[in-house]
Write a protein that binds this ligand. Structure first.
Ligand code: FMN
Length: 166
């Protein structure tokens, strides 16, 4: 087992401040490639991705959720579109792969909820039968970028059950 890779997974944190610098085409392509290769239920791949990099469009997108400052500051925000028949579990897997791949190449990220997802459809021109409730804000980490202090975790014994829920 690679201890480094294990530690890398455990070390993934939401980072919310980024340098004011666009992502390189190469880095963005690498992140999207990791998204594309995510496993999905029955390998259906019922997802698509809207990459938003224009400042005004990022500002409009940020209005669609309540905790979206990372979107305003991001170099790019990838909106995950759940295509008809898609599962939220698959969207979660794709989001995690985006974040891990980004970290691997030095790009910081933060998951984002768009509480008003019907507004996201309007801003991005997504048809009504698709869902776009989540995205990932991305950017090269700012000098002072640090995870939020609240970021601890529940103890294992509080969340793990053996054989039966108890
Ligand atoms: C489904 C989901 C939605 C989230 N939405 C937001 C959001 O809208 N804005 C935000 O700043 N962070 C958001 N987060 C990030 C969480 O706040 C973060 O994962 C949590 O605080 C743990 O942070 P840490 O991994 O840095 O310890 C979201 C995370 C998940 C998994």
């Amino acid at each position: 087992m690679s201890r480094d890779f294990y530690d890398f997974i455990l070390g993934l944190r939401a980072i919310r401040s980024y340098r004011d610098e666009p992502l390189s085409d190469e880095d963005l392509a690498a992140i999207l490639e990791a998204a594309r290769w995510t496993g999905s239920s029955k390998n259906r791949q019922d997802w698509s991705f809207v990459v938003v990099t224009e400042k005004e469009q990022l500002m409009r997108l940020a209005e669609c959720g309540d905790f979206t400052d990372p979107v305003r500051r991001s170099a790019a925000t990838i909106v995950i579109v759940q295509e008809p028949g898609g599962y939220e579990f698959d969207s979660g897997r794709v989001a995690q792969n985006i974040m891990l791949a980004a970290k691997a190449i030095g790009v910081a990220s933060c998951p984002i909820t768009f509480h008003r997802d019907s507004d996201v459809r309007t801003v991005l021109g997504i048809p009504d039968d698709r869902r776009a409730r989540y995205g990932i804000a991305l950017g090269y980490p700012a000098e002072d970028a640090a995870p939020a202090r609240m970021g601890g975790r529940k103890p294992r014994e509080a969340i793990v059950h053996r054989e039966r829920y108890s």
